[in-house]
Design a protein around this ligand. Structure first.
Ligand code: GMT
Length: 373
């Protein structure tokens, strides 16, 4: 198939899922055309089955806000016609599904179906910002198929938007060959001595991720356990997190690594992953850690209970209860047998339920069904 994929190219879960999906589809013999305003993060692996089409924006003084939705629709239309696309798959409803709706109308009836995948804030934000609700509901209902990345998100979409459209659940996935436990723990020595443990956090450092809580939790753990903290990613809360680290006298124990491409290598040298978010519709970062054999300590929110089994392959804790999160992390770090068994269970869970080898065919089946409609 010839598939056009649109996502936000920035550091965020929906862009990562869209990119990894495109890479996997290309490996399975499909032609994938990414259409966005910048090359998506993680789109590093070169393949002649993958192309990138940049949406260019006209910077005309009349436009206080250049109309990206229209520029994207026009680019989708051009790519569809020039590359004979079979379908579009857009990730994150706003504004991508609206652009896809316009592109489909421009191409002509039944020639360019589009699939919309909902990721979280595209639904939970419109739940609180009613100005986007009618158009989001409209573009979802107009989609040829709609998927959500967790049962939680499907429920919220049904409850908040009351869409007259079946939202199917296709969970997020991880490439278990790329994300796997580090044999020999090669990069561990870069960050910690042999008697020190490593905690890790991975996110886009938005307020919802509560990165300052990560620092607080680490400060509590650090009182009982010799340990280091790796902070992977970047975003608006990084400065305050760095300030908190200095204030607590932890500067020599915390590494702010910024945006990184070698995420699997970094995750796999850790012993525990921290994800104290206020909300996660899925929690892809937790899954990636699990595939690397690293048990996560997370908030019991959104779709995380569908990913992590409390006490088996990680811990789920009441959101904002940083004391309990620190206690759970310490429990794993001070009990080598528990760290070992939970890490093994986490890897097994990723392999069994969320491995890309099992999930990508679900998208292929969906595409075939949509094309047959
Ligand atoms: O969480 C973010 O800030 C990024 C956001 C996105 O849309 O890029 O992530 C959402 O999609 C991810 C991939 O499906 C999920 O793993 C995240 O849980 C979800 N974030 C939220 O629901 C807050």
């Amino acid at each position: 198939m010839k598939i056009g994929i649109t996502c936000y190219p920035t550091y965020g879960g929906s862009g990562v899922v869209a990119t990894e999906l495109g890479l996997e589809l290309a490996q399975r013999g499909h032609d994938v055309h990414f259409i966005s305003y910048a090359v998506p993060v993680r789109m590093s692996a070169a393949s002649d089955r993958i192309r990138f089409h940049e949406v260019e924006m006209t910077d005309y003084p009349l436009f206080d806000h250049p109309p990206y939705t229209l520029a994207l629709a026009t680019k989708m239309y051009n790519v569809a016609v020039n590359e004979s696309l079979d379908l579009l798959h857009v990730h994150y409803a706003i504004p991508h599904s609206v652009s896809a709706y316009l592109a489909r109308a421009m191409v002509g009836p039944r020639k360019l179906p589009f699939v919309t995948t909902l990721h979280g804030t595209d639904i939970t934000l419109v739940g609180s910002d009613r100005s986007y609700l009618p158009i989001t509901r409209f573009s979802i209902e107009e989609s040829d198929a709609v998927t959500a990345i967790s049962n939680y998100l499907k429920r919220v979409t049904d409850d908040e938007l009351h869409v007259r459209k079946n939202v199917e659940v296709i969970p997020n996935f991880v490439n278990c060959e790329v994300f796997q436990p580090a044999d020999g723990r090669s990069r561990r020595k870069e960050f910690a001595k042999s008697d020190e443990r490593i905690l890790v956090h991975l996110s886009n450092f938005r307020p919802v991720k509560r990165v300052t809580d990560v620092v607080e939790i680490f400060g509590m753990v650090r009182k009982d356990v010799r340990a280091k903290l790796l902070m992977i990613g970047d975003g608006p809360e990084r400065t305050i997190a760095e300030w908190k680290v200095r204030e607590k006298g932890l500067a020599s124990d915390v590494f702010f690594l910024g945006k990184q491409n070698d995420v699997p290598e970094l995750l796999s040298c850790a012993d525990v992953m921290l994800l104290p978010s206020t909300l996660e519709s899925f929690g892809l970062a937790a899954l990636e850690a699990m595939a690397c054999g690293v048990p996560p300590v997370c908030s019991r929110v959104g779709g995380l209970p569908e990913v992590v089994r409390d006490g088996i392959d990680g811990f789920l804790v009441v959101p904002h209860d940083i004391q309990s999160m620190a206690a759970r992390a310490t429990e794993i770090l001070t009990d080598p047998a528990k760290r070992e068994s939970m890490g093994r269970a986490a890897r097994a869970r990723a392999l069994q339920c969320f491995c890309s080898a099992n999930i990508i065919p679900l998208y292929e089946q969906l595409y075939k069904r949509v094309l047959g409609q």
